[in-house]
Design a protein around this ligand. Structure first.
Ligand code: A2P
Length: 292
């Protein structure tokens, strides 16, 4: 699957990337290797996942040249005042000298001396301004954000010191959390949406959804494949996570077929709402309902 989307930097981002949230260090290296051998050219990780070292080892073991891979990692919340140093830590762990995309993981500047608090003299807009400087070092080709709502982006974009529009906003996207207003807002600002937990994560309610099951059956595809095709045809890149090589491969097998407009409309109309990722574990609320 060679489909890509264009970023506002001019670079291309492959439509399917391997997600690695909740992929344990002992298994993620093999998953990354399997993905790259199956043809993936996009890997998504984060400092907070605690698996960058093994992700880097998987990349090396695959034999696929670094230059062919779109590699993303994310700045951890307690590192907002040390973005440049945190980037160096991530590069070292990944065993590479540059990232294709560096994301601010959350609009939340946690105080490392008390993780129940955010800084009183610093916030994510300040963090963004440090990240803007990283592009000039050549260590990151693009910068973006994750888990940002419209109000976060509005504040960031209207700040007079903001000179770079985020290339990407990586958010939870699946039929149970479709966020059409946020996706449209991202697009209106030239920000590419990237969808995490596209399958609804483990024990996904989507796997038993009758609409999805009947579409999958009629296409001779799995529900997972239908969910990924839906996201890509809606215009965002998808980041399915798996540590099972057969699933890693199946999730990439989206060539030679597509969903009809009618099938997409039926999936859009699935009414049940749920969220995989919550904000209860960070010191501030960042999610304010389906689309905020
Ligand atoms: P595993 O990693 O054990 O293979 P999401 O990307 O929405 O977060 O979903 C990840 C979850 O879905 C993981 O539990 C993963 O299991 C599972 N999964 C990934 N791909 C498939 C697939 N093709 N069919 C069924 N389950 C899958």
């Amino acid at each position: 699957n060679k489909k890509t989307f264009k970023l506002n930097t001019g670079a291309s981002i492959p439509a399917i990337g391997l997600g690695t949230w909740q992929s344990a260090p002992g298994e993620v290296g093999k998953a990354v290797e399997a993905a790259l051998r199956a043809g993936y050219r996009h890997i998504d990780t984060a400092a907070a996942y605690g698996n960058e070292k093994e992700v880097g080892q998987g990349i090396k073991a695959s034999g696929v040249p670094r230059s062919e891979i779109f590699l993303t990692t994310k700045l951890n919340n307690p590192d907002h005042k040390r973005a440049a140093a945190a980037l160096d830590d991530s590069l070292k762990a990944l065993g590479t000298d540059y990232l294709d995309l560096y994301l601010m993981h959350w609009p939340c500047s946690s105080d490392p001396s008390d993780m129940k608090k955010v800084y009183s003299d610093w916030d994510y807009v300040d963090t963004w301004h440090s990240m803007q400087k990283l592009v000039d070092t050549g260590k990151v080709k693009a910068i973006g954000v994750s888990n940002f709502g419209i109000t976060h982006l509005e504040r960031l974009l209207k700040d007079p010191n903001t000179t770079t529009v985020p290339a990407v906003n990586q958010i939870e996207l699946h039929p149970g959390n479709p966020s059409p207003k946020l996706v449209a807002y991202n697009a209106s600002k030239g920000i590419h949406s990237s969808g995490y937990s596209p399958l609804g994560s483990s024990d996904s309610p989507l796997s038993n959804n009758e609409t999805l099951k009947s579409i999958a059956e009629s296409k001779g595809r799995s529900v997972a494949q239908v969910l990924l095709a839906w996201g890509i045809q809606k215009g965002w890149s998808v980041l399915p996570k798996s540590v099972t090589p057969s699933r890693v491969e199946a999730n990439f097998a989206l060539d030679g077929w597509s969903l009809t407009d009618d099938e997409i409309a039926k999936i859009d109309a699935v009414p049940d709402r749920f969220k995989v990722c919550t904000d209860g574990w960070i010191p501030i609320q960042v999610f304010f309902g389906d689309d905020e």
